[in-house]
Write a protein that binds this ligand. Structure first.
Ligand SMILES: C[S@@+](CC[C@H](N)C(=O)[O-])C[C@H]1O[C@@H](n2cnc3c(N)ncnc32)[C@H](O)[C@@H]1O
Length: 264
């Protein structure tokens, strides 16, 4: 969580977050809308991975004030309100959780932020016309689809189907020169193979941010797949980045390690 970026993760913290009832008993619960509804009915704000200030510079390189921006899986993050305060007014947020949507609408209206559209919608079936948005952004939302992926080198077909449904929807609603920004703990050797699937016209690049453990800031620019594009290499050619658990914080740690436990 972003509120205490320097805190080390220890067993006490992990047990506390589990016993608080915030982190679910199993990582699979992150796929259950009832879990999110229950959680958002009690929790005011939780910023997955890192807050806006940590990746603002990376993000602002790609945004223009007149851009239409879709945020997928807003939860109770402050991302859309921070974007609004930075001058981006054409914002739409969606979440599968009706409670998150209701509370986000009420919060934005209470703090005088008008004009952000907040809708209940499923990222696997985006309810928007083709080529509607300049930018689609998600933070930690796609990662939820991986909680029951099995072997990350060889995810279950059901996981791949869901991720592809999401990516195809995002690709479709992006304008011809639009950009998908994905903020994730998923390492490039796992994510690239999905991002670079045939049929997508976007180029795939990434940066990292964060101290200690680095999160990935992927930028997928539609229409810019190089003509000499070659899909990412074979799995065996790639090197795993080492993951320093002690550098992940609070629930990010639980999320990540629970996913790993579940998938071994
Ligand atoms: C890990 S949280 C990330 C929340 C927020 N983006 C942040 O950075 O703090 C995942 C969010 O995705 C939402 N979500 C899960 N499945 C979804 C789906 N199929 N469509 C849209 N939102 C979904 C959850 O309700 C939750 O708000």
């Amino acid at each position: 969580m972003d509120s205490n970026p320097s805190s080390p993760v220890d067993e006490t913290t992990i047990r506390r977050r589990r016993s608080d009832g915030v982190a679910p008993p199993t990582a699979k619960d992150y796929l259950n809308p009832d879990y999110w509804n229950q959680r958002f009915s009690e929790e005011e704000h939780y910023e997955w991975f890192k807050g806006y200030s940590h990746f603002r510079d990376l993000l602002l390189k790609h945004l223009l004030p007149n851009h239409s921006v879709l945020e997928i899986g807003c939860g109770n993050s402050q991302l859309c309100e921070e974007l609004y305060r930075d001058g981006f007014k054409n914002l739409t947020c969606i979440d599968l959780s009706a409670v998150a949507v209701d509370r986000m609408q009420k919060k934005l209206s209470a703090i005088g932020v008008d004009g952000i559209k907040v809708l209940e919608a499923d990222m696997l079936d985006l309810p928007f016309a083709n080529e509607s948005f300049n930018v689609v952004i998600e933070k930690g939302t796609m990662d939820v689809l991986f909680v029951d992926s099995g072997d990350p080198w060889n995810p279950r077909p059901s996981t791949v189907d869901k991720v592809m449904a999401m990516l195809e929807g995002v690709h479709k609603v992006l304008k011809p020169d639009g950009m998908f920004i994905s903020i994730s703990f998923g390492q490039p050797h796992f994510r690239r193979r999905l991002f670079e699937s045939p049929g997508f016209t976007w180029s795939v690049n990434w940066n990292t941010f964060g101290d200690g453990f680095h999160y990935f800031f992927y930028t997928l620019k539609k229409g810019e797949r190089p003509s000499d594009y070659k899909a990412s290499g074979q799995i065996s050619d790639m090197h795993s980045l080492s993951l320093f658990h002690e550098e992940l914080e609070d629930e990010d740690y639980i999320f990540r390690t629970a996913v790993e436990e579940l998938n071994t």
